[in-house]
Design a protein around this ligand. Structure first.
Ligand code: BG6
Length: 822
């Protein structure tokens, strides 16, 4: 009964002070039961109780009454004093005067109690207690809020218990808050999502990312919207030079290695916190910022235009003490070391017309020189300063969303004065006019317009408040979560074997972790020697000499080979164009030529694409949108990056009359006609082929009736592997070509190349031996310079001059190899 008396007393006090609206006064307060499961754990101790206390103090008398249940596995005798210790330490929210705070805190303590939550029966008891209280005190139930502050492995179990015992009647809401990690990769996230969906509806789940509660992050959209008259014309690739999203930390991982070592910095921070910031910066501004559905939909759309990440999109590091911490906390021996990165830098690009080409640097690490979080939008400065370089217009033009810490030490949005004077994001923000004598990202504070919240609030408080009000836009939807994992998982997979660069920590890191973009690839700037992690003995490499149909074979390490092939192609193209005006190039699909495509796209800016026609050696009978389509690979890895006229591109017409590769549709004939129409004597200038494990080339397989095609240039064929139906150039077309190059990459093809080099003349077993070579090209040097991180020996053939050397070794990380001068 004392509870009701106290509540009424408090509510009356607040009403008398005129803090509530007439509408709110008109209704009797509705009751909210808050249950923190795992209420004495670290998160609850540090943030949750403080957040709920502030929520309570801000909401009391405003239409809600509360009761708080701190759940835990321990029995009540043990849990109650523990919880009391935590509650005793709660600090007063800054907006409450000390006297009033004491009153509110006492009340909060009375409304809070520990409860054992272990078995289904415990949860049943909890539900009964909630119902009894509502009845006894004649309160209308608003809803039940469960905060699951437990390890992720317990989510399904706890959710199932809550679902079967604690649901309120239909008129009241039921909200369950969950905290990351939501899985470890795409697959595990999908599994967890499916498990939870068995117990909770999507609208009942509030997946928290505390970065969305940081005030600056929470205001990004509002800043973009309020200042759209300035921002809209410049928020695009024509004006933005780069975007940086950064969380630097000074802490180590000691004490949480059990968790951290399985996750690492990418899963811990980039996949969630920094990705959330990225989406807020890149998403289309919703017409209505309070429409959660629209906000989440626009956010989700960002993932559809992010370019895929690969091994070369990232650099990783690990502070040196980490190994010791791992050995200690995981009980490992002294020779054990972990490959978990504690630092990562990632280069992200999009293929959206709005942002295409803007590098987005995302980085985070432990044990760096300072603790600071920010997102910086650096704009291009097209002003040429002839004199007075210190004039504000000559300085960097930038917007900094400063999340906190660092030299500035408060959350703020900074706009350099050479951009525009922004509007305040909200009425509870203020402009800062008194400046400390410091610089933020290269500009003194006096060169910025700065705004900051009047009374900063803790992220957890902000988010808990949103749960109470059912604002889902500040939480992660299942779709967004899976899209984020789908984006990050391939990169994480590619890092499984990678060795992070060791770094000493703090200021001693110097420039060791600085990284740079080379094309679209990321690499450490500094390749100085650091501790080398030895990984067994290097294998001896083998050098083999062989011939292919009487012609020499050339081999080299992947990088060297591909560089050479690309520059040969360019020289040939230029030569042919000078004589004939046009260069007809035939490309193959598969994974081998991808490195060549990227080399051409990113390093051969003077390649004469305008006069080059691109043809296909073969195609799978799938739509071009299918991941298996050769044309799609060539488009994604090469054509979309170069300025080639559309009418110079000749995909194979595998889809006609809404069906794939049907003989009567005459696709092969059509392609043949197109060749005859454009290519002099149907003789391509260069055909680049690959070879499959079974010796096939283009889509000419062992069992294809290779000799029956006569003078036909194009034919439909059958592959022994899926997709079975193919379209391919015939050997007639291939052998009419002026030059034929065969590019073979990959360790698994090593044996094949050896066999091919031994075959004299043609062999029915290996269709590639039917490819004839005509013209001699010069050889490349054999020097065994390495570059590949993929442990792959590589071989290539060009024209009649093939020479092959195959190298095999166990690789160290790239930077270590380079440092050792190999
Ligand atoms: C947590 C990570 O989610 O975020 C921590 O698990 C990290 O490793 C922390 O330190 C950073 O949050 P904040 O609010 O301190 O920037």
């Amino acid at each position: 009964m004392w509870r009701v008396t106290w509540l009424l007393l408090l509510a009356t006090t607040v009403w008398q002070r005129g803090h509530t609206t007439e509408d709110e006064n008109a209704q009797s307060p509705r009751h909210v039961s808050v249950v923190i499961v795992g209420s004495t754990g670290d998160l609850a101790r540090k943030y949750l109780w403080q957040g709920f206390f502030r929520l309570y103090s801000s909401q009391v008398g405003k239409g809600y009454t509360f009761s708080f249940y701190g759940g835990g596995l321990s029995p009540s005798e043990k849990g109650t004093p523990l919880l009391f210790e935590i509650l005793k330490e709660l600090k007063c929210p800054p907006e409450l005067a000390a006297e009033r705070c004491a009153l509110v805190k006492e009340q909060f303590l009375r409304l809070s109690q520990y409860i054992q939550l272990k078995t289904v029966e415990d949860y049943e008891k909890l539900s009964q207690q909630i119902e009894q209280q509502l009845k006894q005190e004649d309160m209308v139930e608003a809803g039940r809020l469960f905060y699951l502050s437990v390890p992720a492995f317990a989510y399904a179990d706890v959710s199932s218990k809550i679902n079967s015992t604690c649901r309120p009647p239909a008129e009241a809401w039921f909200r369950v808050v969950l905290e990351k990690p939501f899985g470890h990769d795409f697959e595990s996230a999908q599994l967890l999502a499916a498990q939870l969906a068995g117990f909770l509806k999507e609208e009942e789940m509030y997946r928290i990312d505390h970065y969305l509660g940081k005030e600056v992050v929470a205001q990004i959209l509002s800043f973009r919207k309020k200042n759209s008259n300035f921002l809209e014309p410049i928020w695009n690739r024509h004006h933005i030079e780069r975007i940086e999203i950064v969380l630097k930390e000074t802490l180590v991982c000691k004490g949480r290695i059990q968790f951290y070592d399985q996750y690492g910095v990418i899963r811990d921070v980039l996949q969630n916190h920094l990705t959330e910031v990225l989406t807020l910066l890149m998403m289309k501004i919703p017409a209505n910022l309070s429409n959660s559905e629209e906000v989440l939909k626009n956010k989700l759309n960002v993932f559809s235009f992010l370019a895929p990440l690969g091994r070369n999109s990232v650099v990783v590091g690990q502070y040196q003490k980490y190994t010791e911490e791992v050995q200690e906390e995981l009980n490992k021996t002294k020779d054990y070391f972990s490959r978990t990165p504690t630092f990562a830098g990632v280069g992200i690009f999009t293929d959206s017309p709005q942002y295409d080409g803007i590098p987005i640097f995302m980085t985070s690490g432990k044990m760096l020189d300072e603790r600071v979080g920010y997102a910086r939008i650096l704009f291009k400065n097209d002003i040429f300063c002839v004199q007075d370089y210190s004039h504000v217009s000559c300085k960097p033009k930038q917007i900094v969303f400063h999340l906190g810490h660092g030299a500035l030490d408060y959350p703020a949005i900074l706009v350099s004065k050479n951009l525009f004077k922004p509007s305040l994001v909200s009425s509870v923000w203020r402009e800062v006019t008194e400046h400390k004598d410091i610089s933020v990202l290269g500009l003194p504070l006096s060169d910025y317009y700065i705004q900051t919240p009047v009374a900063p609030k803790e992220a957890y408080y902000v988010l808990i408040n949103k749960v109470l009000h059912g604002r889902k836009d500040s939480f992660i939807s299942a779709d967004n979560l899976l899209a984020s994992w789908a984006f990050w998982t391939p990169l994480l997979d590619s890092l499984v074997q990678a060795f992070p660069r060791p770094y000493p920590g703090g200021a001693a890191n110097g420039d060791l972790l600085n990284f740079q973009l080379r094309g679209r690839e990321l690499a450490y700037v500094n390749e100085a020697v650091v501790n080398v992690i030895q990984q067994g003995q290097d294998e001896n490499f083998q050098v083999m000499q062989g011939k292919f149909r009487g012609a020499e074979m050339v081999s080299a390490w992947a990088k060297e080979l591909v560089e050479r092939l690309a520059s040969d192609l360019q020289s040939i193209a230029e030569e042919v164009i000078q004589d004939e005006g046009q260069f007809h190039l035939v490309l193959s699909g598969g994974s081998s030529p991808i490195a060549l495509f990227l080399q051409l796209a990113l390093h051969h800016y003077t390649f004469p694409w305008h006069q080059t026609h691109v043809w296909l050696a073969d195609e799978r009978c799938v739509p071009t949108t299918d991941a298996g389509s050769n044309f799609r690979t060539i488009y994604e890895q090469l054509l979309q990056h170069v300025r080639i006229p559309y009418f110079n591109i000749h995909p194979m017409p595998v889809q006609l009359n809404q069906r794939l590769c049907v003989e009567e549709d005459g696709g092969a004939l059509l392609y043949e006609k197109e060749i005859n129409q454009h290519v002099n004597a149907s003789s391509f200038h260069y055909v680049l082929l690959g070879v499959g494990q079974d010796g096939h080339t283009a889509s000419l397989f062992q069992d294809s009736k290779l000799d029956e095609t006569g003078e036909r240039l194009v034919t439909l064929t059958e592959s022994p592997v899926k997709p079975h139906q193919r379209m391919s150039l015939t050997f007639t077309a291939i052998n009419k070509a002026r030059r034929v190059g065969v590019l073979v990459m990959g360790k698994r093809k090593h044996e094949l190349v050896t066999q091919l080099s031994r075959i004299k003349g043609e062999s029915a077993k290996y269709p590639i031996t039917k490819a004839k070579t005509i013209q001699k090209l010069q050889k490349v040097s054999d020097s065994p310079q390495s570059e590949s991180q993929t442990c792959q020996p590589t071989t290539a053939g060009r024209g009649t001059s093939w020479k092959m050397k195959t190298l095999r070794r166990t690789w160290l990380p790239l930077e270590l190899i380079l440092r050792r001068g190999r």
